[in-house]
Design a protein around this ligand. Sequence first.
Ligand SMILES: Cc1cc2nc3c(=O)[nH]c(=O)nc-3n(C[C@H](O)[C@H](O)[C@H](O)COP(=O)(O)O)c2cc1C
Length: 423
Amino acid sequence: MTVAETTTAPAAAKVPEHFTMTEDEIIAKFPTRLRGFDLYHKMGSPKNIVAPMVDQSELAWRMLSRNYGADLCYTPMFNAKLFANEQKYRNEQWQTNETDKPVIVQFCANDPDILLKAASLVAGQADAVDLNLGCPQHIAKRGHYGSFLMEEWDLVSKLIRKLHENLEIPVTAKIRVFPEVEKTIEYAKMVEAAGAQIITVHGRLREQKGHKTGLADWTKIKAVKDAVKVPVFANGNILYQEDIQRCIDATNVEGVMTAETNLYNPALFTGKVLPTWQLAEEYLEICKDVPTKAAYIRGHLFKLFRYSLPIHTDLRQKLVEVKELDGFRQFVGDMKARLVADAEGSDFDPEAVVVDEFGYRKYPTWICQPALRFEHDKEHSKSKRLLNEAQADTPADDTGCATGSCDNVDNEAKRQKTLDEGV
Ligand SMILES: Cc1cc2nc3c(=O)[nH]c(=O)nc-3n(C[C@H](O)[C@H](O)[C@H](O)COP(=O)(O)O)c2cc1C
């Protein structure tokens, strides 16, 4: 019997037809399954969260990140259809072990039954299953998933509800924001009503990708946080460890998720200033015990050594060609020798890091550091313009610089203010 059939009060008329059970019935069906804040606390009340990242948040990387303060990790997004139907895909993609806790497995999907089938296969090994509603890539458009479901609220609701009514572990969701804050709030409430027990809000629009990535909007994340009862994780704009608490202060969220900066600086959550080769060596040590695809390893090493590879171009070619773990170890050894030599001639003091005119910290190339998207063109970058607009609270002129530019102000403070405002 459906909810619609059993109730007569006017409010009940709004319950979607695909809600085939009441909350009480769901609780009775899964009496020990954790909800909302109970789930959050059972996972250790995570604040430092590693984002789902295709080909990059694999088990070995999650283990490295946990060694450096990650409280919760998401797997890369798995395609529910392939996961449900192809053992080879499943075996290649899904790795876990006893140290890999807490962990949330993420899927993309557009068919509730297939999503349930895929999710059921990890139910005994994960703390929750997350639905990807944020991917903006062309492949997601073609595959009809991720952020391309943002206009299909009924389907989104059906996907989440299917798991909420049938899966042994909780369902969570990761969303992007709409241009309108009210619509974003309504969307998040719909996701919550369908059964999501934690909502991650990536504070960027679907269009904010590639060179248009820009800044995430923390004010919209806060609006969602204020509107829903389940825990909320914020995502976007984390470059340095202090940004995490700043984001929590600005949005009141329970935890902060980071993707790109975790890849470039896996020690981010500790606030430590560490050499890239150290993290690379530790990662490869983990890979000795945890079989990891060469493509993933190569991807990580390219990011860790992002600022050194353009200088040591002969090694870059080596990295392209390497296919075995021993080769990657050799590469890191060679790179380390170069960077140690570079470091010997340097007067860099990790206790006294210099901040540039835009508020970004200056590190030597061998130090783990966030990737600044506009590094190649600070003068004309959209990101910088947005930063300046927020800093000076005045419109940008056509050179990309805000009028009333901020020469005599503490730039770090301005950068912080910008992030606080979540522009
Ligand atoms: C390499 C890479 C892979 C990603 N893969 C996924 C994914 O599998 N699922 C997902 O929801 N988001 C994915 N994202 C988006 C991130 O989870 C995150 O929402 C986005 O990068 C914004 O966070 P950031 O500003 O900390 O980078 C990916 C991002 C990167 C950089």
